[in-house]
Design a protein around this ligand. Structure first.
Ligand code: DC
Length: 237
């Protein structure tokens, strides 16, 4: 009987706040698509990568030794992260300061990937993420959302794209920003970060058993958006 009760409670929780979990490697199109799907369904978009980037930014700015766990724990106590929304766009605050742009540089992406491999960092951020998901309908993207953060999400998506396509997308973004780059370096950075995120010990990037894999290499943003919305509505397998 108690087992039945637990199952029922899980279902009720799931139905109360049906959510969408989107995981995948860097440049697979997660954030662009997640934002659009959230807008369409009136859900809150939660970019969990931004949270790891924010911890990374704090550690970079304060020269925290990531090998020294006492130092990392002390640093974490001083990190206050807040998510605020302005017309549906997520802004992330580090100790009261909007760092949404400051976290979007390659150096901080690398720091993010490193701090994301540390257990105490993940514990803190995963707890925040679960709280958000329990309190509303979310489209949440990251690396461990379907496998760990919200395993009872109504739709679980694993977005992927070839390394070449992801490199092209990243170069295009930089071009638009007017930043100069070397395509081969960008390609290597993408491969290196993926390897690190896929091979770390704690909650690495993996494909959830019940996730739908979407290869976005040759799809338009609109096609991906429609497919995810349909999956959520239960209109396609
Ligand atoms: O999605 P992104 O590039 O902004 O993420 C930055 C890093 O944060 C990424 O390299 C791995 C880590 N991350 C994670 O480990 N788990 C998540 N749920 C989201 C991001």
């Amino acid at each position: 009987l108690s087992e039945q009760k637990i199952v029922m409670e899980e279902i009720v929780m799931n139905e109360k706040n049906p959510s969408i979990a989107i995981d995948g490697p860097a440049g697979s199109g997660k954030s662009t698509v997640a934002r659009l799907v959230a807008k369409k369904l009136g859900f809150v978009y939660v970019d969990t990568g931004a949270m790891y980037r924010t911890v990374g930014l704090y550690c970079a700015e304060n020269s925290i030794d990531l090998e020294n766990m006492d130092e990392v724990k002390k640093a974490l106590q001083k990190v206050n992260i807040e998510l605020k929304y302005d017309e549906g766009v997520q802004h992330i605050y580090l100790n009261g300061e909007d760092v949404s742009s400051a976290i979007r540089v390659q150096r901080i992406a690398e720091y993010a990937s490193k701090v994301a491999a540390i257990g105490v960092v993940r514990e803190k951020l995963v707890e925040m993420q679960r709280n958000i998901a329990e309190n509303g309908n979310v489209v949440m993207d990251g690396r461990d959302i379907g496998t760990n953060v919200i395993p009872n999400a109504k739709a679980k998506i694993y977005l992927d794209a070839s390394v070449d396509v992801r490199t092209e997308r990243r170069c295009h973004e930089l071009e638009e920003k007017g930043v100069s780059f070397d395509k081969n370096v960008i390609r290597e950075e993408i491969i290196e970060r993926d390897n690190f995120d896929k091979n770390r010990k704690i909650n690495p990037l993996t494909i959830a058993e019940d996730a739908t894999i979407i290869d976005t290499s040759y799809m338009t943003i609109e096609e991906v958006e429609n497919k995810i919305t349909k999956l959520f509505m239960g209109e396609v397998e």
